[in-house]
Design a protein around this ligand. Structure first.
Ligand SMILES: Cc1ncc(COP(=O)(O)O)c(C=O)c1O
Length: 433
């Protein structure tokens, strides 16, 4: 039966979420969503325990061996990047970034250029590979370069940057590396230590399968971060300025506890997905993965976590997710290749699946971007995303400003045969001119 929403906008936000996420948010919100770290009563202490465990789960998930209080919660990755860049760059500093970035980086550097006289180098992606090499970054280093900031994968082309090489370079030159993991967290392995990341920024609502309204940053122990937000958090209220202790130095105001609960459940779901992959029965469908029962209830909160197990199982889950999503992407690539008038963005050699997440954008010489997306929606109930995707410089370089941007397709783990059938039928229909 035709679906009302064949969803291919997972690069914007993942949908649907695992059942455990919906269930646990509801349960936790009803019984525990009180202010953590303010009250001394049981409900507040248990809420705080859930928040602390979520920091531990995320630290483990991202290969961070420092203290979990260096995992800071924010509203989203835009907020995190504002804090990371605003808290790192000082007047007169130089920063290296790429022309692949989202406005979360581009607008932040624009303000820092204007208000702090920061200078920025925006490196273009290689026309062949669609990525920025470590060598290109090396050549851009200046004596006062104070940070390198880049997205791990482009939200337009899905091309994955050579993070490990860049991390090694940053380490050799003692320059902090700030990574925007919006398109890769939960989809590709990220290890702060081996990837040489000083500040990892993340958003909860995409590949991490949490709800909207929660993001964060993890700040390596050797990286300093100037305070950029001010206010209360229930700690040392008598002090005029922010307390020195983490996370209170940087987290101000009431936390998004229901959203943190959702992210917590999503982390536990990664663990359970990894466990089920190892079982002889395995998973047979996207639906199975979505409805996996997570051993999570309010009584389990505060019980010690097996973080080693979380590291192993969630890494298996991440591998499985990337593999599954790429199977969908490959089919979409093949169908688009049937049309000579279609161009997929992201470099001329962009068919390798190693350095790619399951996102692609395309344009046609014959059919307008707007027409493709609206026909997919109106006639086939396919949710795609047309436009500039908040990444204007990619579209400048791809010469797609004049086509009103491109059509972006991003299948997800829960994409099923029916979603794909609607999409492929829709693409063949609208592109057959
Ligand atoms: C690469 C990249 N960075 C930043 C963002 C901003 O994410 P959020 O809206 O969660 O702050 C996005 C979202 O589209 C993105 O793809």
């Amino acid at each position: 039966m035709k679906k009302d929403n064949a969803y291919f906008d997972n690069a914007s936000t993942s949908w649907p979420k695992p059942e455990a996420v919906y269930l646990f948010i509801d349960q936790f919100q009803r019984h525990h969503a009180v202010n953590p770290s303010r009250g001394g009563y049981a409900m507040a202490i248990e809420t705080e325990a859930m928040v602390i465990q979520t920091r531990q789960l995320l630290a483990t998930f991202f290969g961070f061996s420092g203290p979990a209080n260096r995992v800071l919660f924010t509203a989203n990755i835009t907020d995190s990047l504002n804090m990371a860049l605003g808290g790192t760059l000082k007047t007169g500093d130089h920063v290296i970034t790429t022309r692949l970035e989202h406005n979360a980086v581009l607008r932040t550097t624009a303000y820092l250029e204007r208000d702090r006289k920061v200078s920025t180098t925006y490196l273009p992606a290689d026309a062949g590979t669609g990525v920025v090499s470590a060598d290109a970054i090396k050549a851009a280093i200046e004596p006062h370069t104070a940070a390198i900031v880049l997205s791990h994968a482009s939200n337009v082309t899905g091309r994955v940057q050579p993070l490990c090489d860049i991390g090694q370079l940053a380490r050799e030159h003692k320059i902090p590396l700030i990574v925007d993991s919006a398109q890769t967290a939960g989809v590709l392995p990220i290890n702060m230590h081996s990837d040489g990341i000083s500040i990892l920024t993340f958003t909860g609502h995409k590949g991490l399968f949490g709800p909207m309204g929660i993001g964060g940053l993890i700040v390596d122990k050797s990286t300093d971060l100037t305070v950029t937000k001010f206010g209360g958090n229930g700690i040392l209220s008598e002090a005029r300025y922010q307390p020195d202790s983490w996370p209170h130095r940087h987290e101000v105001g009431t936390l998004a506890v229901p959203a943190i609960a959702g992210l917590h459940a999503a982390q536990r779901w990664f663990n359970t997905l990894g466990e089920n992959l190892a079982s002889p029965y395995g998973l047979t469908s996207a639906q199975d993965a979505r409805t996996l029962a997570v051993a999570l209830n309010e009584e389990s909160i505060g019980h010690p976590l097996d973080l080693n197990q979380h590291a192993i199982r969630s890494a298996d889950a991440v591998k499985h997710i990337h593999r599954t999503e790429m199977e969908h992407l490959r089919i979409i690539q093949q169908v688009l290749a049937e049309f000579d008038h279609v161009r997929v963005l992201g470099g001329t050699k962009n068919q390798d699946t190693e350095n790619q997440v399951a996102t692609l954008s395309f344009v046609s010489d014959q059919v307008s971007t707007e027409r493709i997306a609206s026909a997919l929606d109106a006639d086939f109930h396919v949710c795609s995303r047309a436009g500039l995707h908040c990444a204007p410089l990619v579209h400048t370089d791809e010469r797609t400003l004049e086509t009103q941007g491109a059509v972006r397709l991003a299948p997800g783990l829960f994409t099923d045969k029916q979603d794909m059938a609607q999409l492929l039928e829709g693409l063949r229909d609208v592109l057959s001119v």
